[in-house]
Write a protein that binds this ligand. Sequence first.
Ligand code: FEO
Length: 399
Amino acid sequence: MYCVQEIAPKIFWVGGSDRRLELFENMFPLPNGVAYNSYLIMDEKTALIDTVDRSIGQIYLENIIHVLGGRELDYLVVNHMEPDHCANIDEIVRRYPNVKLVGNQKTFQFMEQFYEMDMTKNYLEVKEGDELSLGSHNLRFYSAPMVHWPEVMVTYETTKGILFSADAFGSFGAHSGNIFADEVDEIDVAEARRYYSNIVGRYGTQVQALFKKVGGLEINMICALHGLIWRGEKISFILDLYDKWSRYEPEKKGVVLVYASMYGNTENAVHVLANKLAQRGIRDMHMYDVSKTHSSFIIADLWKYSHVVFASPTYNMHLYFVMDTLLKDLSVLNLKNRKVSLIGNYSWASAALKSMKEQIEKMQGMELVGEPIDIRSALKPEGEQEIDKLADAIAASFN
Ligand code: FEO
């Protein structure tokens, strides 16, 4: 049975949700599932904007068949060639052999890399600013390279001011009937942030470039490929968040304490520090064990808050590898502009602190706060002064 919504006159949401998938991109946990959005415009010509993941292919095809009501599909606009959106292109071409696939040169290069089926006769190549009239609706195409792949375009419907934004402004989380951000009881900002920071986070500069490109357009609705549709006052809500996130600017002051600990000694030192920070008036603190919490949740909080404490033991004369992986991930994601404090731990050869320091120093705009502490096996009362000093330095840096 089809499951669609008309989101604007003659423009239909024809996507769906998947709550069964455990890991997005086989990496990121999906406690609340994920939505794959696709949109179908019915006019003198019909145009589908992107497809969906293979997992919901059947309901997706039912949706399209229902909305088309026996008409032909004239265009399939391919804003993004990642398989969670392009997985049904070949099936669409089999069912609608005259459909024109609208994309750019890179789109078609990727199409040929992913598909064996020859679809070259269906190609309609567009360039920056090109327009496609569907009758009363009109589409204009803008390239948005590396938001999140190089071929990405966004499509602007000029008569209604609707931006089909590909991955930009998307979120993790399946739909629960309400597909507009202004309809839900509470927007799950944490899942939007986790999606942004982990999936698009590396490409802040490119997101800013997209902002410049579409900044002068009248935008009444933003239709991303994942998550809720943004309209009305919710547009500035998500634009403001994306602007902060893509400039690597913390949303608020707070301390994220991230530790690795084999037997609880490094963990204890972090608790002692957090306790002292609390006594100095620091209120917004979040603590994570890197071996327990999936890195995507930690990374999302690091995008949100101003301060971070990394604490880790030495392992095999290197940095404990789960912490090492997290720091490498943060470096790849280009996290910048945070205040960082460090605690290492070792029993016979110190390596963790040095490695953490080197990795943080290579990242842009990171400010080391306080004197790094290197514990020998376990924090003792005689080491309390060092922790006090570090707590003082962190608290002072809040002002
Ligand atoms: Fe949801 Fe970059 O794909």
